[in-house]
Design a protein. Sequence first.
Length: 499
Amino acid sequence: MKTVNHWIGGKTVEGASGNWGPVTDPATGAVTTQVALASAEEVDSAVAAAKAAYATWGTSSLAQRTGILFRYRALLDARREDIAALITAEHGKVHSDALGEVARGLEIVELACGITTQLKGELSTQVSNRVDVSSIRQPLGVVAGITPFNFPAMVPMWMFPLAVACGNTFVLKPSEKDPSAANLLAELAAEAGLPDGVLNVVHGDKVAVDALLAHPDVAAVSFVGSTPIARYIHTTAAANGKRVQALGGAKNHMLVLPDADLDAAADAAVSAAYGSAGERCMAISAVVAVGAIGDELVAKIRERAEKIKIGPGNDPASEMGPLITRAHRDKVAGYVTGAAAQGAEVVLDGTGHTVEGFEEGHWIGLSLLDKVSTDSDAYRDEIFGPVLVVLRTETYEEGVDLINASPFGNGTAIFTRDGGAARRFQLEVEAGMVGVNVPIPVPVGYHSFGGWKDSLFGDHHIYGNDGVHFYTRGKVVTTRWPDPSEAPTGVDLGFPRNH
């Protein structure tokens, strides 16, 4: 059986805790790998390696950092098929989705390659007589990232490339459900020339997480995951004096107005709800149909959903793969089986789906629930699976009020031909990311990603300008040099004169 160990100080370090976690192939249900689960002492070792590396990396030149990142980007590009294969084997998503994940991660590496412009300071000269004021940004030190199972390569790449480009050193704690991609990312960084200890990977469960949150040498923590855990991460890390960005869960709505192109809206709803088996925080999980279009829209969504090919992620014919674990599969199915009792019309029930030859895999089909109430579990909870709920409203205003009443505020979208309605929506809706005829409005790398309300804890979004600001802190320097022609005039105890 394959074993995944830690990556500390530029080399593989065997797990010493005696605790191991199983890694399953979701398509077969078979345990294919064991991953080391770190003790607090092993986390200490990773942080110590990062702290030692920071002594020189934190003062390294921008040219050195960006040179390494350019080489890293080239290695990632050359090995993207290998990274995607690891993602498919352990997460289950189809190969095209896995390749797309790597491509989106590469965007942030490319942003980090251009960090020289992001770290430029400001200078004001002659603010007073021979007094200049400059603002600079400096790294924090050792920072940590705790990342989820659904994007085992992309989300780590949202964090550590920018962090190390800014001069920090990094300890990554990836999901123990699909750990192999993280190790390959670290190995390629070392091959690109990243000094030992600048990037470390420590695998584990809550023991490792809590050790990072409490560690006095960790200055900041980045997290992506569910809302309850994001709240815990934020509260615990902040109580220990750390800077925190903790991205939580979502219930993303797509508002469809009566004037919308319903074919385009149905295409978008299917791809956004069922892509990556719904295991993504930017999935559209609730469609809000306005006016009389509901029946026609649901029929178009059903027609498209019934044609989706479900199968192993490494089969080129597959359009959707299995869920990550059997327990998660059963949890998702429970929302569908309980929906009718809570007043929903079950248009498609995917709970009985199996794949021939892979009967032990974590399979579930596409489910579509219509006329769902806002009180139902299927609407209130983040299901994180291929389940799309449809709600009905009579007016645009009712639809926006429904969306804004949700405790989540991650992403949302509107489908309409009316520019005025779209403009109102982007200003009135309470969400951090908005799409106009775009179902999954994930920003490009040079804009920041993040939601509002219970979808984000902390003041900074991830990557983009917010990411640079999160991984650096500002310093203002006020300088006065006497003119060489002037002799000292003695001590002045008054306030500096500005004129």
